[in-house]
Design a protein around this ligand. Structure first.
Ligand SMILES: [Zn+2]
Length: 294
């Protein structure tokens, strides 16, 4: 993933969505500016001293008819700085959502459900899509109370961490923009449809009634293995993003909902003598070492 996109999309899910020039890491800001995602914001009024990396006041000197900027560090003196490194941009969510809706061919009007946090995006075929900017611990209760009214909607979050948090209370199908979008340098937003389909459409691959029971079981075991592997991945990310806190293992009821089957099927799969990998993943799903080594 482009480093810059990864920074942009995660910063947008914050209360101060301002990108500093040192986050560009060599990628051009122009495509984002053209798309209206980044607009110039007041430049930094402090600069980092190249020797101690601390931020100090800036002085402007007129040298040979040209204004030059200097960082004035009490310890390391005056160091010339490039004004480009002081640039900052305000990041805008709306152009990203507009483009996303267009690519996904979502129909309807974007309407807020909770101000600046949750919107109805519209419909894609039979499916209603709800966008959640972020869900922190303190939002979960209020958000659950709203979203529980839309049990069939697919929930789209920016970060997998928000999706994971909502999964504690809401069985809706979900995916995150961090996991399913790209913004290659000098290009435009792209969406990984295959990944989205895989994350939200389990019933699409549930075999029909005519498939023999044994075949069904094998398919469900594979799906449960995939679900638990996905859980390990989020648990690992979560561990590193939250000072070593560990995610709870999804319940059998959760897993059943995610793969579109009944809870007793999940329990049968877990007890299947052939499901060795599945049982191992299930048993170790709250073991920090197993998660970090996965
Ligand atoms: Zn210094």
């Amino acid at each position: 993933m482009s480093q810059l996109w990864s920074t942009v999309i995660r910063l947008i899910a914050s209360d101060f969505p301002v990108l500093y020039a040192d986050c560009l890491r060599g990628e051009p800001p122009e495509p984002y500016e053209r798309a209206g995602i980044m607009t110039p914001y007041s430049p930094r009024d402090l600069a980092d001293c190249p020797k101690c990396d601390e931020a100090w006041d800036i002085e402007v000197l007129e040298l040979e008819g040209k204004a030059e900027l200097f960082c004035v560090c009490p310890e390391h003196g005056w160091n010339r700085i490039d004004p480009l490194i002081l640039r900052r941009w305000w990041l805008h969510l709306d152009p990203i959502l507009d483009r996303f809706v267009e690519i996904m061919e979502i129909k309807g009007t974007r309407t807020p459900i909770m101000p600046n946090l949750v919107w109805k995006l519209g419909r894609r075929g039979q499916c209603q899509l709800i966008f959640v900017k972020y869900c922190r611990e303190e939002h979960l209760k209020a958000m659950t109370a709203e979203l529980v009214k839309h049990p069939k909607a697919v929930i789209i979050t920016i970060t997998p961490e928000s999706a994971e948090r909502l999964s504690i209370t809401l069985p809706n199908r979900k995916f995150s923009l961090v996991e399913t979008t790209q913004y290659p340098p000098n290009e435009t937003l792209t969406v990984d449809f295959e990944k989205i389909e895989a994350m939200i459409a389990p019933e699409a691959v549930v075999p029909s009634q005519s498939v023999p029971r044994r075949g069904n079981r094998t398919v469900n075991i594979e799906k449960l293995v995939d679900e638990l592997k996905a859980h390990y991945r989020s648990a690992k990310d979560h561990y590193y993003n939250s000072d070593g806190k560990i995610l709870p293992r999804p319940s059998q009821a959760d897993l059943a909902r995610r793969i579109g089957t009944r809870q007793d099927d999940v329990s049968r799969c877990l007890n299947d003598p052939d499901a060795v990998l599945l049982r191992t993943l299930w048993k170790n799903a709250e073991d920090v070492r197993a998660i970090l080594n996965s």
